[in-house]
Design a binder for this molecule. Structure first.
Ligand code: CU
Ligand code: ZN
Length: 173
């Protein structure tokens, strides 16, 4: 049997499309409570002009600021969240805030909870990515008991871990 050249080209194009999935443009981390913290929430990461837009809704917090970071490992299995490792820091740079030039890639600063214990986040992170060394895919997101002072090395002195989630790929819209 002879196959027309056009059909061969179409087949090749189709298999190529299968081999190369569409680039990731959105990801989500569902935050679950660690221990008896009662803190939960959702963090979405969306490809945006100049970086990745980070949007979060978190509830069950004590009023005030709470450190908020991408950690190295997407492993929330330890009851205290220690399995998520330290701050995601592929460049080996010092701890700082999300808008500092020198920072951990995972430094997302603080979430500010109101009197009702809920907090929202919405900013574009210039270092977060879905590819290359700064890819957040498969990493952990941690919310802390205390505020991140954005300067104490290497943790920001943010205290214990109250919620943990793993960054997973979201189906393209
Ligand atoms: Cu952290
Ligand atoms: Zn850090």
């Amino acid at each position: 049997m002879k196959i027309a050249p056009l059909a061969v080209t179409a087949l090749a194009a189709a298999s190529l499309a299968l081999a190369a999935p569409a680039p990731v443009t959105k990801a989500v981390a569902v935050l679950n409570p660690l221990g008896s913290s009662g803190v939960s929430g959702t963090v979405t990461f969306t490809k945006a002009e100049g970086g990745v837009r980070v949007q979060a809704q978190i509830k069950g917090l004590k009023p005030g600021d709470h450190g908020f970071h991408v950690h190295e490992f997407g492993d929330c299995s330890a009851p205290d969240g220690a399995s998520a490792g330290g701050h995601f820091n592929p460049a080996g740079t010092p701890h700082a805030g999300p808008h500092d030039a020198q920072r951990h890639a995972g430094d997302m600063g603080n979430v500010a909870a109101g009197a009702d214990g809920s907090a929202t986040v919405d900013y574009v992170d210039k270092q977060a990515s879905f590819e290359g060394p700064n890819s957040v895919l498969g990493r952990g997101v941690i919310v802390h008991d205390k505020a991140d002072d954005l300067k104490t090395q290497p943790t920001g002195n943010a205290g214990g871990r109250v919620a943990c989630g793993v960054v997973g790929v979201v189906k393209a819209q």
